[in-house]
Design a protein around this ligand. Sequence first.
Ligand SMILES: *Cc1c(COP(=O)(O)O)cnc(C)c1O
Length: 403
Amino acid sequence: MIDPAFIEKFEQIATPFYYYDMELLGHTVDTLASLSRKYGIDVHYAVKANVERRILETIAGSGIGADCVSGNEVRRALECGFPAGRIVFAGVGKSDREIHEALNAGIEAFNCESLHEIYVINAMAAAFGLRARVAARINPNIDAHTHKYVTTGLFENKFGIARHEFDAMVDLLGRCGNIDFTGLHFHIGSQITEVRDVFSLEARRVDEIISYFEDKGLKVDNVDFGGGLGIDYEDPDSCPVAPFEDWFRTIISGYRRRPGQRLHLEPGRSVVAQCGTLISRVLFVKSGETKNFLILDAGMNDLIRPALYGAYHKIENLSSCFRKGFSEMQAYDVVGPVCESSDVWGQGRLLPLSVRGDLMAIRSAGAYGQVMASRYNLRDFAPAVFSDELENAPHFIDYFKRL
Ligand SMILES: *Cc1c(COP(=O)(O)O)cnc(C)c1O
């Protein structure tokens, strides 16, 4: 819930902007770090979900590691205080330059997604006289019961090494003189809400796969189950901290940890989604032939999830709480200004009667929001505003007051 005292301050800030509740972020990160210690599961935050420096610094400060998917993310993680030895680097297509920089930085591990990649990293490490720590990402063929664009662990997906190459992989690792093999990595998808069903299936499948490799003589010191824990987009206030403990317990009880083995998880969305809100204003109210439209000044270029995945974000009218004795509700199609018919925030949303200038909140926007923004239509990027820095928020305006 957004504190009315903050809403009054929003009146002074040019919209749209991303608002980050740093108190909630701190609480979420502390919860995660203490569960990590309690269950002996190491956590790396998936940096791609949100790369704002203040957010990364907060997460790094709690001792959580970083899971990166590009050379620039590795560099940003280092700049924001993650030690190199706590940074893993995943992704199906790492460029030579990205590999070279990460080798020089001495990262914790490359999570390799093909035999060809293992071969190339070994050759580059040899050329530079370095050693590379390498984990292999395996495709476990598990249906995460989530949107097809965010399912990553099925044989039809591009991610990970498939079963028919397992023996060849063991063989290749035996021949790679500059690689220290660290373990196996999995990641089956994102926004997984059937936590117990899906993750217990993953834990059991991982157990079988580890046994297969052990039988081939491969020692697996680290097992990384990936990320994917879902959050509640419908009702962001009932449980603002994601069900981390449920997730940890499900992994622990479904997987038989081998002596000395370290387990890892890589949450992205569940760490940052609920602390972020896209704040916008109503520009115009329009009654169409069959519907009423609320036209906001935030669009799909600011937050593409609804247009890309048909994703749901809760929408609230923040200004209406200041209108005394006002209770009339109205169904609106809430839309953005971008010239695309998919630039829709929500259809038939029941909201308090809204007027030009009302502040609107698009909730649960902290993950895969700002990082996926574009300048389509040559629109400006929505800046980040942090709850503990509201006083010096960037762009002040007053024209809404005058019109
Ligand atoms: C994106 C990603 C994650 C994080 O996924 P979430 O659903 O945001 O938790 C973790 N691991 C890898 C390898 C990823 O690509």
